[in-house]
Write a protein that binds this ligand. Sequence first.
Ligand SMILES: [Zn+2]
Length: 267
Amino acid sequence: MAYLSEIAPARGVATACAAGIRRIVADNPGPMTYHGTNTYLLAGADGVSVLDPGPDDALHLAAVLREAGTVARILVSHGHSDHVGGLAAMRAATGAPVFAFDPGLSPDHVVGDGDVVAGWRVLHTPGHAADHVVLARDDGVVMTADHVMGWSSSVVSPPQGDMAAYFASLRRLLARDDRLYLPGHGPAIGDPLGHAGFLLAHRVQREAAVLAALGDGPQTPAALVDAIYAGLAAHLHPAAQRNVLAHLLKLRDEGRAVERQGGWVRG
Ligand SMILES: [Zn+2]
C-alpha cells in the first residue's frame, strides 16, 4: 500500500466521482490541504446537498452555486476553517439549512451519530477533530472528509485531535464493508479497507517508534520527531510534532509514558 496522488484538478468546475456525487476543488492548496478542499455536491430528490462549503473564497462559492443548481441543504464534516470558512457566505447566498454535529457552528440541525440526512448516515469519527463525522450511503460509498484521506495521513493535533479516538474511529470504518471513500482532500480511495488498514498500521508503527525512542531522560516532541522521522521536510516538522504529542498523550493515558521536566519519559 502507498499514498495516492493526482494531478492538480481543474478549478471552478464540478467533476463526477460516483453515482450522484460531484466534486469541486477549492483553490487553497498547501502542505495540509493538498490541491485544496474538496466540496462535494450530493444529488438528491429535493436538490443538491453541499458537503463542506470549503474556505472563505468568493470564487469557490460562485463556482459551487453555479454547478449545484438548487442547494437543498449544507452538510458539514467538521469545523476546521478549510471546510467551514465559507459556511456563512454559502448559508447567506442559498438560505439552505445547515446540518452539523458541532452545535458551536450554529447549525439549523445538530446531527448525531446514526442520524440519516438526505440518504446519508452520520458516523461520528473523532480523532482528527472532536466534531468530525463521515457520511455513509447504503451502497458502500463513504464521504470520509479528513478522517481517512488517500494522499496523506491525517493531522491529529491535541487538544482537538485525539490519537486514541483516531485509532477507534479508524477501527470503526475497518469493521464496515464499504467500497469507496471520497475524502476532504485529494482523490477517491478505491480500496478503502486496504487503505484504512494501511493507515492504522502506519499509526501503530509510529506509536511503537515513539515508545522505543523514549528513555529515562525527558525528551520534547521536537527531539522525538528528529529521532523518529527520517528526512522530514522542515515545513512538515510542526505538524509532526503535534502528531507525536498526540501519541504521547495516548501513551500517557495508557500508563506507558510520563510527562516530566518539560519532556517525556517512559512510563
Ligand atoms: Zn481539511
